[in-house]
Design a protein around this ligand. Structure first.
Ligand code: PMP
Length: 400
C-alpha cells in the first residue's frame, strides 16, 4: 500500500509562515501571508463582527441544524447584491443564482467544477496569479490551463497591449480568469477604460469571464468601486461567474465563508445552474458551514451594522495605504537605488516589489524578513514600528 506516495512539496506561503513562527529574532517581520494586522501587528476582529458574534451565540433560537445545499439564503442573496449591485438588471430580473462555498478558494473550485462539466475545459490565468489558481483548475480536471500576459516587469504595471493581443488569439468559449480587484500578487488592476477594452474583445471573441473577488472593499475602501469590473461585464450582457471571499473584508479567515454568484440570461437558466451547483456541493461538502455566513448575513442585511462594517473596511484600506506611503518615503529618504513609485501606485493588500528571488532569500537570512520569493509583500504586515526596519532591510539588500 502507498508505495508510490512521495512527500508533497510544502505550500510556499504556509511554509514561509511556519519558518517565521520558528524564528526567534526580536525584529522579525512577516510580510508573507495575506492577513490583515493592526498597527500593533495583531490580528483584528472587526468590532461589528464581535458584536454580531455575541448576538448570534446568545440568541435563544440558535441551533446547529444543516443548512440547505446552497447555503444560508439571506447570506447568498446579500452576497449577490453586494457584488452585482442592488439595482443590477440581473438582480431585478432574478436571473442569478448564488451558492455558498468554503470561502473564496471553495468558490473558485466550485466554479471550476461547474464550468468543466457544462462549458469548457480550457482556462486562461493571468501571469502571474494567486499560486492556488493553477492547482485548483488542475485538480478540477481542466485539460488546458494556459496563461495570458498581465504584468509588465519593466513598467511594474499592466501589460495591456499584450493582454489584449492574447485575448484576440484565444479560441472561442475559453474561460478567462480575472481578479475583480486588488490583483494578487501584483497589486496592479486594469483602469476602467482598460476593463472596457478587455470586455469588448471578450465579447467579440465569445470568451467566458470568471471573476475571482477576494478583496471587495479592501482595494479602494469602496465596495462599489471594487466591483466595477464585474458590473461592467454584466452591463455588457455577459453571463459570468464570480467567486467571493469574506476572509479579508470581514476578517473571517478561518470561518471559510464564501459564495459563488452566477449571472445568467434567464431566471430558468439561473435555477438550473443553482441545482447543478447544489449537486456538486452535495458530493464535496454536503452543506456549507453556518457561523461565518450568519455573521455576514446579519451585517449585510442591517443598515446600521453595514455602516459600521464599511467604516472598519475604510480603516483597514486606509492603514494599508498609509504603509505604502511610509515605505515609499523611507526608501526615498534612504536614496535606495531604483524606482519605487509602484509601491504607491499599486493597490490592495500586496506590493509586488520587483525584488529578485535571491534578494528575497537574502532579506530572510540577514534581516528575518519573511516574504514570498516572487518579491510580493503583504502590506498589512507592516506597521509604524517596523516599516523603517523593513525599508532599511530592502535598502541594504538592494545595495549588496
Ligand atoms: N483568490 C485570491 C486571488 C486570493 O488572494 C485569495 C486569498 N489569498 C483567495 C482567492 C481565497 O481565499 P480564502 O479561501 O481564504 O477566501
Amino acid at each position: 500500500m502507498f508505495e508510490n506516495v512521495t512527500v508533497a512539496p510544502p505550500d510556499p506561503i504556509f511554509n514561509i509562515f511556519s519558518s517565521y513562527l520558528k524564528d526567534e529574532s526580536a525584529t522579525k517581520v512577516n510580510v508573507g501571508i495575506g492577513a490583515y494586522r493592526t498597527d500593533e501587528g495583531k490580528p483584528w476582529v472587526l468590532p461589528v463582527v464581535r458584536k454580531v458574534e455575541n448576538m448570534i451565540v446568545n440568541s435563544p433560537d440558535l441551533d446547529h441544524e444543516y443548512l440547505p445545499l446552497d447555503g444560508l439564503k439571506s447570506f447568498t442573496d446579500a452576497s449577490a447584491k453586494l457584488i452585482l449591485g442592488t439595482n443590477s438588471p440581473v438582480i431585478l430580473e432574478k436571473r442569478y443564482c448564488a451558492v455558498q462555498s468554503i470561502s473564496g478558494t471553495g468558490a473558485v473550485r466550485l466554479g471550476a467544477d461547474f464550468l468543466k462539466r457544462f462549458h469548457d475545459k480550457t482556462v486562461y490565468l493571468p501571469n502571474p496569479t494567486w499560486a492556488n489558481h493553477q492547482s485548483i483548475f488542475e485538480d478540477a480536471g481542466f485539460t488546458e490551463i494556459l496563461e495570458y500576459p498581465y504584468y509588465n516587469p519593466k513598467t511594474k504595471g499592466l501589460d495591456i497591449n499584450n493582454l489584449c493581443d492574447n485575448l484576440k488569439a484565444m479560441k472561442e468559449n475559453s474561460i478567462v480568469l480575472f481578479h475583480a480587484c486588488a490583483h494578487n500578487p501584483t497589486g496592479v488592476d486594469p483602469k476602467e477604460e482598460e476593463w472596457t477594452q478587455i470586455a469588448k474583445i471578450m465579447k467579440e471573441k465569445k470568451l467566458f469571464p470568471f471573476f475571482d473577488c477576494a478583496y471587495q472593499g479592501f482595494a479602494s475602501g469602496s465596495l462599489d468601486k471594487d466591483a466595477w469590473s464585474v458590473r461592467h461585464f454584466v452591463e455588457q450582457g455577459f453571463e459570468l461567474l464570480v467567486a467571493q471571499s469574506y476572509s479579508k473584508n470581514f476578517g473571517l479567515y478561518s470561518e471559510r465563508c464564501g459564495c459563488l454568484t452566477v449571472a445568467c440570461q434567464t431566471p430558468a437558466k439561473a435555477e438550473a445552474v443553482r441545482t447543478q451547483l447544489c449537486k456538486i456541493n452535495r458530493t464535496v461538502i454536503s452543506t456549507p458551514p453556518a457561523f461565518g455566513a450568519r455573521i455576514v448575513s446579519k451585517v449585510l442585511n442591517d443598515p446600521e451594522l453595514y455602516k459600521e462594517w464599511v467604516s472598519s473596511l475604510k480603516e483597514m484600506a486606509g492603514r494599508i495605504k498609509l504603509m505604502r506611503r511610509m515605505l515609499f518615503d523611507e526608501l526615498i529618504n534612504l536614496g535606495t537605488p531604483g524606482n519605487w513609485n509602484h509601491i504607491i501606485d499599486q493597490i490592495g493588500m500586496f506590493t509586488y516589489t520587483g525584488l529578485t528571488k535571491e534578494q528575497c532569500l537574502l532579506i530572510r537570512d540577514k534581516f528575518h524578513v519573511y516574504m514570498t520569493e516572487s518579491g510580493r509583500v503583504s502590506m498589512a504586515g507592516l506597521n509604524t514600528k517596523n516599516v523603517k526596519y523593513f525599508a532599511n532591510s530592502i535598502d541594504q539588500v538592494v545595495r549588496m
